[in-house]
Design a binder for this molecule. Structure first.
Ligand SMILES: [Zn+2]
Length: 217
């Protein structure tokens, strides 16, 4: 592949011609606020799945940074400290509220019906990179954490995941939205549209595998 090939990558999905996924992307909206925190190193990767999320969910913000960058970012601080919003971070752990298993009472305690809109921060990366990202930011580590039960395997077949229940960003986002919707915490417009992100992801995996297995000159 030449440098020229990279220069003519699709400006929307950043994939090279022949691997462009734009025709599969079906934008939709969710009722909650959502922001994707992307490590600067991950941002330009064309095989990352954060881009599928960003191009599918119309009202999802993308914020580049790492750890203390967020503490220093006045726009981020204003967003997270907005009194009309209740921000949580998706991160599995002993102190996170498991949306799949929590009782209705626990859920109501965590998300009282006080008019505040739910805001969810998603970290682009593995659970361990999310852990590092949260640990290094005072602001992020002060927020409540949520999770959901993972009873399926990641289909991110061209990436080695450290554990079978590690998910790509697009898989985590899709299943998070489903978990929220099942507990009445989020609606999707049009309903069920979040699952379409996984079709785009399947196509990404298939085209990437073919690309990696192509005969080399
Ligand atoms: Zn494209």
């Amino acid at each position: 592949m030449t440098d020229d090939t990279f220069r003519i990558s699709c400006p929307n999905c950043a994939r090279i011609p022949g691997l462009c996924l734009c025709s599969l992307l079906i934008p939709f909206e969710i009722e909650v606020r959502m922001a994707l925190l992307v490590h600067p190193r991950e941002y330009s990767k064309t095989t990352g799945t954060a881009r599928i999320v960003a191009k599918s969910i119309r009202n999802c913000a993308i914020i580049r940074g790492y750890g203390q960058d967020f503490d220093r970012d006045s726009r981020f601080r204003t967003m997270v400290q907005d009194p009309t919003l209740r921000w949580v971070v998706l991160y599995p752990g002993s102190d996170s509220l498991n949306l799949t298993e929590a009782s209705d009472k626990c859920l109501l305690q965590a998300f009282p019906q006080d008019g505040k809109k739910l805001g969810i921060l998603l970290i682009d990366g593995t659970w361990s990179s999310a852990k590092r990202m949260i640990r290094t930011s005072v602001l992020l580590s002060s927020l409540p954490k949520i999770s959901f039960s993972v009873n399926f395997l990641s289909q991110f077949r061209f990436k080695k995941q450290p554990r079978p229940n590690c998910l790509s960003t697009v898989e985590a986002t899709t299943h998070l939205i489903e978990s929220l919707a099942l507990r009445g915490l989020c609606s999707v417009d049009p309903p069920g549209a979040h699952w379409k992100m996984l079709h785009v992801f399947d196509a990404l995996v298939e085209t990437q595998l073919k690309f990696m297995q192509r005969p080399r000159a």
